[in-house]
Each structure stands twice: as structure tokens, then as C-alpha cells.
Design a protein around this ligand. Sequence first.
Ligand SMILES: Nc1nc2c(c(=O)[nH]1)N[C@H]1C(S)=C(S)[C@@H](COP(=O)(O)O)O[C@H]1N2
Ligand SMILES: [Mo]
Length: 182
Amino acid sequence: MQKFLSVAMAAFALLIGGASNASAGPEPSILTITGEISHPNRGALDPFRDAFLMHKEKTFAKAFAFTLSALAALPQTKISTNVEGWPGKIELEGPRLRDALAAAGVAPDATIAATALDGYNVELTPEEMASHDWILAVSADGVPLSIGGRGPVWLIHGTDGKAVSQEVEATWVWALYLLEVK
Ligand SMILES: Nc1nc2c(c(=O)[nH]1)N[C@H]1C(S)=C(S)[C@@H](COP(=O)(O)O)O[C@H]1N2
Ligand SMILES: [Mo]
């Protein structure tokens, strides 16, 4: 009886553990890299499953799709910055842009178009990419960036504690979901 109980309790614990783990398993991708990449991890745009990209006419034959876990598995960098109008200094954390691009097999001299969910688009030349420590921030002050907020990803760079102009701030892309390699 004792044995039966402990086996039953172990099974119950497994069940509970399994239930609380219900969200584990395949994760959605939050950032897609298309264009000139040599290490794709997915195939061509699927007009049905990739409805959003399809509507934006972002067709591709191959791409690299990052889940949040895949971005978190790259070395993480923290930058802190403060801009007039913000609530204060904010610490942003995520992988370096160049590490994510390297994972997808992007040439270091490529030009990258970064596009956000709202259509905001910034083109980064190799010079612009090399002149700052760009990160793909996925959290702000330890809180994950959300869709509906500035997530899923905020493309941003550190400013060495210096104040930045609106011109610089305009190159930072929040709600980023797509990087196109030119
Ligand atoms: N997705 C997205 N990113 C964006 C923008 C935007 O409209 N959408 N505006 C840019 C500009 S012009 C500025 S100044 C900064 C700050 O925008 P905010 O004032 O909306 O925070 O984000 C930049 N990144
Ligand atoms: Mo702006």
C-alpha cells in the first residue's frame, strides 16, 4: 500500500509538472532573417503559415528564424541608455546584432534593413553597424519586451552614458521582427 501510494504520488507529481509545463515545446519564432544568408534554418515563405510576411510581400526562398530561446542562447550584452522623455535610465539586454547575423551566415559587409511590426524601417550600412555596439534587446530592466510594447525585439546600441539626439534615436527600431540582408 505504501509503495502504491508513493508510485501514485510520483505519477501525480509528474502530471502536475507536465501541466505546469504546458507551454514548453516548440516556440514561435520572433525574429526572421531573410536575404543573403548562408546558414538558413527554414525554407521558403509559406503563403498560408507566413500570412503576415506574405501580406508585407516579404517573399524568400530561405531564412533564419530565431526563437526567444535561440536569441537567449547567444552571448548576452547589457547596454544602458537614457533619452529625454524616457522615465529614466533603462538597461537593455540581448545578444549582439553581429552574433545573430553570424549565426545566420550573413557576410560582415552586408547592409541590413530592419523592419518593425508597425512598418517602421531602418537601413544599416556596414559602417553604421561597425560604429556602434548594436544589440537585439529582448528585455528592459529585466522585464521581457512584449508585442504591444517595444518587443519582440528592440534594435538599439549603447551610448556610453551620453545623451543622444533624436536623429540617433530614430535609428533604433523597436517592435522589430524582420532583418533583410541586402
Ligand atoms: N517600430 C518603431 N520603431 C521606432 C519608431 C517607430 O515609429 N516605430 N520611431 C523611431 C523614432 S523617430 C524615434 S525618435 C524613436 C522613439 O520613438 P517613440 O518616441 O515612439 O518612443 O524610436 C524609433 N524607432
Ligand atoms: Mo523620432
